[in-house]
Design a protein. Structure first.
Length: 80
């Protein structure tokens, strides 16, 4: 099985330094960043363990993660 990488450093390598800076200086960014990684871990755990979960719940988690990523990316672009 091919495992996709969804950590932000892998997804947005050009913003790695800016991410580190913003995690220490912007509380909202850090909160979203941490929530993004919790969601990613939860999604990967559900996939890896083949835990029975409804498609609806799984899609909700993935959409929430995508929403966080979009907001984080927007904040990074604005700050860059």
């Amino acid at each position: 099985m091919h495992e996709e990488k969804h950590d932000l450093a892998h997804e947005l390598p050009e913003y790695k330094d800016k991410m580190h800076e913003m995690k220490t200086s912007d509380r909202h960014f850090k909160k979203l960043f941490d929530e993004y990684h919790v969601l990613t871990k939860e999604i990967h755990q559900l996939e890896a363990d083949k835990v029975p979960v409804t498609d609806e719940h799984f899609e909700i988690l993935k959409k929430k993660r995508l929403s966080h990523k979009d907001e984080l990316f927007s904040m990074l672009k604005t700050a860059a």
